[in-house]
Design a protein around this ligand. Structure first.
Ligand SMILES: [Ca+2]
Ligand SMILES: [Ca+2]
Length: 217
């Protein structure tokens, strides 16, 4: 008899959850015969942890999506400014780009921890490529002592030929944003991310407008 009572409770748990959402008790919910007092509270006690987890997940996911969208939008605006070659009094173009990203993420991003890269490439086909080298030992990677072409003239082999800067007239520039977003709750951190953080990334490549010699138009 006792066994059949608990089986009935398990089978009706889903319906009981739905009843709680609708703000009323479900007729088939688990109650002792002849005693309804406190049954709603018991049903809510079962449903509350699930509701709480759903709410936390919604907030965490919403914040990550919001910051990602803001970062992508900020990067597009910064690149749109960068391609014009315009200068702002008292700031380099690179400084202005960083400020624009800071302004357009509305303080949600700690800019001291954000990794913002603005790199100049010879062409779109060179984005992300390393300096060419002669693979003397045939292992597929550059090793000390192997001959390489020092494209950026810094005296060492680089895994990325991009050079920091906002670029000159007609040059290809890549804007990259990377930020370890601190998750709001330990519950979220237990499911996604690493060490309580989820990395948010955005990036785009543009070619500067041809403003010719003498600086920006
Ligand atoms: Ca090698
Ligand atoms: Ca180099």
């Amino acid at each position: 008899m006792v066994m059949s009572f608990f089986v009935m409770c398990g089978a009706s748990s889903a319906r009981a959850l739905g009843a709680v959402f609708r703000g009323r008790r479900f007729p088939g919910s688990c109650t002792a015969p002849g005693d309804d007092a406190g049954s709603a509270a018991v049903e809510f006690a079962f449903a509350a942890p699930i509701l709480f987890l759903i709410a936390v997940a919604a907030i965490e996911f919403g914040m990550v999506m919001l910051v990602t969208t803001l970062a992508e939008s900020a990067l597009r605006d910064a690149a749109r400014f960068g391609v014009t070659g315009l200068e702002v009094a008292g700031q380099t173009r690179l400084e202005r780009v960083v400020d624009m990203i800071s302004e357009r993420t509305f303080g949600l991003v700690n800019m001291e921890d954000a990794d913002i890269q603005v790199l100049v490439y010879p062409g779109f086909e060179d984005v992300g490529l390393g300096e060419s080298f002669v693979d003397g030992n045939g292992n597929g990677v550059f090793d000390a002592g192997e001959t390489f072409t020092d494209d950026n003239g810094n005296g060492v082999w680089d895994a990325d030929v991009g050079v920091a800067g906002a670029g000159g007239s007609g040059e290809v520039v890549v804007y990259r944003f990377r930020y370890a977003w601190p998750l709001l709750t330990p519950l979220g951190a237990g499911v996604i991310g690493t060490d309580g953080h989820l990395t948010i990334e955005a990036g785009l490549a543009v070619r500067n407008e041809p403003w010719g010699e003498g600086g920006a138009p």
